[in-house]
Design a protein around this ligand. Structure first.
Ligand code: BGC
Length: 451
């Protein structure tokens, strides 16, 4: 499908379908050490770990801290109705707890006010991976105190912004940051092994539900969600071993966090790793505490994963069969592009009967964008959105729980360990001059959303 045979537009969805564009504080704000902001785990990790591919850091990123008014104008100009952003914990609580930084508080008031003035509904994420560094020194997400620290941060945000912000997401992709940052050591804070992973998983599940309860207590008429990374998992062959491998991967990737959130406890299905998690955290005692009745679940999807059995991979005996090996369509990071899988994974999440509503809170693609004579002709991204929104449209007709879609992301930004080379934005950013250029996919969105 190409951009010229676009078959749908926002008009083909119901009037109240929510169209947004998503961002996160650490990836765009910059201004890492001004106006009293404390350091985050990512500030330190980027500089010390040697694990950022282009050796970059988050110091300036997109300078959104200074440019938010212009950037919001772009989001508005493209026709989005919702702006999703996150609050940098260490900007408002430089040490994670204790002293409140009024300049940081003011920044988010200004940002929210600007959104409201432009008619962009703010959807606020409370934690998008940038933990205050001071708290990491005390154990970060592996410390059981994190639930208390996080609760104080959430209370502060609700009290400050709850009159103006009604839409909240507690945590961004718990599986991604606990697995990458506390098991595999490739994201901040760079910790490895089950001794870090298990407590991080348990504490995150507890903090996520507690965050929901706090918002419900403090904010009148709140619409409360949290977000999960999800991928359709496909066995490489129909062999029993590959199917078992896919099942274990599914437990880890898709079910580990949503099931305790829904009151089902951690998944098990005979997976020894889950027995160990349950045993070490005594999670069965906390089924109720890990549960919260979220108004919506944020589904975030980028790719499916094909899995085969492997006896050399410990614990899960499963390994991914990379898209490059299977010669399937891929994005600039080698991630499989597959709109059918996008459709299937949303259906899978919608099938949990106590999931009330679903918003796709992130979906998008990275390509090797080039700016030529001031134009970024990113046809691959246009095709990506075209096929994915066509799948979304089909689902919209079938699945009443599906309420909205947020594109990832407004601006090219700091893509974690990939640095600045992996571009996901609808807007091209020259990171030397900070010049913004709306990509052709941005204009495609503008036409798609036009009423
Ligand atoms: C994260 C984003 C990230 C995107 C693309 C999601 O997992 O929430 O912060 O940039 O994926 O990798």
């Amino acid at each position: 499908m190409t951009s010229s045979n676009k078959i749908i537009s926002a008009k083909d969805f119901s009037e109240d379908f929510i169209w947004g564009v998503a961002t996160s504080a650490p990836q765009i704000e910059g201004a890492y050490n001004v106006d009293g902001r404390g350091l985050s785990t990512w500030d330190v990790f980027a500089k010390r770990s040697g694990k950022i591919k282009d050796k970059s850091n988050l110091n300036h990123a997109c300078n959104f801290y200074y440019r938010y008014k212009d950037d919001l104008l772009i989001a508005k100009g493209l026709g989005f109705k919702v702006f999703r952003f996150s609050i940098s914990w260490s900007r408002i609580l430089p040490d994670g707890t204790g002293k409140v930084n009024q300049a940081g508080i003011k920044f988010y008031h200004n940002l929210i006010d600007e959104c409201l003035q432009l008619g962009l509904t703010p959807y606020v994420t409370l934690f998008h991976w940038d933990l205050p560094y001071t708290l990491q020194k005390e154990g970060g997400w592996t410390s059981h105190f994190i639930v208390k620290w996080f609760s104080k941060f959430v209370k502060l945000c609700c009290k400050e912004y709850g009159n103006k912000v009604k839409n909240w997401m507690v945590i961004n992709e718990p599986m991604s940051f606990t697995a990458l940052g506390y098991m595999l050591g490739i994201h901040a804070p760079g910790k490895k092994g089950l001794n870090n992973f298990f407590p991080a998983v348990f504490n995150t599940a507890m903090a996520q539900a507690e965050g929901g309860r706090i918002i419900r207590d403090i904010v009148d008429n709140a619409n409360i969600g949290t977000t999960f990374s999800c991928s359709e998992i496909k066995p490489y062959t129909n062999s029993e071993l590959d199917i078992a491998a896919a099942n274990k991967m599914d437990i880890l990737i898709n079910r580990l966090f949503i099931e305790p959130t829904l009151g089902l406890g951690f998944p098990n299905d005979g997976f020894a790793l889950m027995d160990k998690l349950n045993f070490t955290t005594k999670a069965w005692r906390y089924i109720e505490k890990m549960q919260f009745d979220f108004d919506f679940i944020g589904v975030q999807n980028y790719f499916p994963i094909t899995v085969k059995h492997s006896s050399i991979i410990p614990i899960i005996n499963a390994m991914e069969v990379k898209p490059s090996k299977r010669k399937v369509p891929q994005n600039g990071l080698g991630w499989e592009i597959n709109a059918d899988s996008f459709y299937n994974i949303i259906r899978k999440i919608a099938a949990y009967h106590n999931v009330k509503n679903i918003i796709v809170t992130e979906n998008g693609a990275c390509f090797n964008d080039k700016i030529v004579n001031g134009v970024v002709n990113d046809t691959e991204r246009i095709n990506y959105f075209n096929t994915h929104l066509t799948a979304l449209h089909k689902l919209h007709k079938e699945e009443p729980k599906l309420k909205g879609y947020f594109a990832w992301t407004l601006l090219d930004n700091f893509e974690w360990s990939e640095g600045y080379k992996a571009r996901f934005g609808l807007v091209y950013v020259d990171f030397i001059t900070q010049l913004r250029t709306i990509k052709q996919s941005g204009y495609w969105w503008r036409d798609f959303l036009k009423k």
